[in-house]
Design a protein around this ligand. Structure first.
Ligand SMILES: [Zn+2]
Length: 483
């Protein structure tokens, strides 16, 4: 049994007793020593532990080890960053040099094979876009990954996912170590749970990690199409607790991508992208989507459908309606006015990533010009009754719910004027969309203590909210408290 003493919950100072992974009692702070182990929170704010509802755990662990291209404002700059890095690393024979995080939507120049070949000659180079939907390869890398003779070196969607999948093939023991590191970093930001949508057999990798002693986070492991039949055959269903994980690992959702992304201009929209006759890519049409949702739902596996463009969202909602199942839509970035009420009516949650709006506001203004009043429309979704789930899509944006909540609440970053501030939500709404429990008797002992009151914090203060303590299932996963 552990007691957290002098915690601020709302306006009150309380002592919170934890036993068997739950909140066993909450009483007005006694101000005197308590029996058993205690942690003095000295008036810090105690909140339910935070969830990130959309993470790519392996990509996140790998991304922090790659050349950071997030600041590159042109193809030439991105290529140059790779050249610079080359001078500081020693690569093994055949080992590729990998960059991560470029956003080419507003670049003045095109990423070309010639440019990357001259920046990184002779060594395979792969540059992965921030939205993970595009990668840019030089000639040795194209040859290495089966695309010799490709004219531009820029691969999108499935061709890109294939390459990033291969790049992610590091030995299990190494990858698990890196994932554990990024899980600890998440715990230090108050995260108690993630929904993992890595494009791999997540149930297998997380079962292995928990068997190896992982316990930093709760994990809901997503299932992709290629693993769906096996999951159904094994009788898996959403919410099922996987043995050997101390209750921390559960079966997540059936994840399926139906369109691309805004940055890569593959999000499937009603209207064409400016100055083109293209309106994005529908990667899974309705006649394929519906039977897949049926299969998953019949087995008790809830679908999570990736849809970014407004036509992709419309078709995803149609598919939920045809099948008559609940689930969630991942991203829901651009939605037709008439589709907002359908989320609540159909029992489809909107799993959204508010920081993407900060990354992509200029790109949205360019490629979704005249439509941004219904882009990243958190307020409209909530007002239409949709259940909202916040996440990061890490490594697309940081695995840090405070960054996510700041974007949702302030619609602003780096001192810029708020973008469509009418779509902001309140801190309480952002917290509710980032938590699975409350600070109340009998609730899971998933808790985070922070240094200041989030409900009165500015957007900037929310973004960098100092976390003092994180507890998962009654066990400390992070502490900055001395002693
Ligand atoms: Zn994702």
């Amino acid at each position: 049994m552990t007691t957290l003493t002098r915690c601020r919950v709302g306006a009150e100072l309380v002592d919170v007793e934890l036993a068997d992974g739950r909140i066993a009692s909450i009483a007005r702070a006694a101000g005197r020593p308590v029996a058993g182990e205690s942690i003095d929170l000295d008036g810090r704010w105690l909140l339910p532990g935070l969830w990130d509802h959309h993470v790519h755990a392996n990509q996140q662990a790998l991304a922090v080890r790659r050349v950071d291209l997030s600041a590159a404002s042109s193809a030439a700059e991105a290529a140059h960053a790779m050249t610079e890095h080359l001078a500081h690393v020693r690569l093994k024979e055949g080992q590729p040099i990998i960059g991560h995080g470029f956003r080419d939507g507003l670049w003045p120049d095109a990423p070309t094979l010639e440019l990357l070949d001259s920046a990184v000659p002779g060594i395979p180079a792969v540059l992965i876009s921030g939205d993970l939907h595009c990668c840019w390869l030089n000639t040795p890398a194209l040859a290495m990954y089966g695309h010799a003779g490709h004219p531009t070196g820029v691969l999108r969607e499935d061709e890109c996912f294939e390459v990033t999948g291969k790049l992610g093939q590091v030995p299990d023991a190494t990858l698990d170590e890196w994932v554990a590191e990024s899980a600890s970093a998440a715990a230090a930001r108050g995260v108690v749970g993630i929904v993992d949508y890595e494009m791999t057999d997540n149930l297998a990798s997380w079962t292995r990690r928990f068997a190896g002693g992982f316990n930093a986070l709760r994990v809901q492991a997503g299932i992709y199409t290629e693993h769906l039949d096996a999951a159904v055959a094994a009788g898996r269903h959403t919410g099922e607790i996987i043995g050997g994980s101390h209750g921390l690992l559960t079966v997540g959702q059936f994840k399926i991508l139906t369109d691309g992304s805004l940055n890569t201009r593959t999000a499937f929209c009603v209207d064409n992208y400016p100055e083109t006759d293209a309106r994005g890519l529908l990667t899974v049409p309705t006649d394929e989507l519906v039977p897949l949702l049926r299969t998953a739902w019949a087995a008790g596996i809830h679908p999570a459908v990736h849809a970014i463009g407004d036509d992709a969202n419309r078709l995803a909602l149609d598919a939920f309606e045809i099948v008559g199942c609940h689930g969630r839509i991942e991203h829901a970035q651009l939605v037709r006015d008439e589709d907002f009420p359908r989320f609540a009516a159909l029992g489809v949650a909107a799993s959204v990533q508010p920081e993407h709006a900060m990354d992509d506001r200029d790109i949205a203004e360019r490629y979704w010009a005249g439509r941004t009043d219904r882009a990243f429309a958190l307020r409209t979704l909530l007002d239409a009754g949709a259940a909202l789930l916040l996440g990061s899509d890490a490594p697309v944006s940081p695995l840090d719910p405070w960054v996510t909540m700041s974007a949702a609440v302030s619609r602003s970053r780096d001192g810029r004027e708020p973008w469509h501030p009418e779509q902001a939500i309140s801190v309480d709404e952002a917290l509710a969309a980032s938590t699975h429990s409350t600070v109340a008797l009998g609730q899971p002992a998933d808790l985070v203590a922070v240094e200041s009151d989030p409900t009165t914090a500015s957007g900037d203060d929310l973004r960098t909210m100092p976390v003092a303590l994180t507890i998962v299932a009654g066990r400390q996963s992070y502490s900055s408290l001395g002693g």
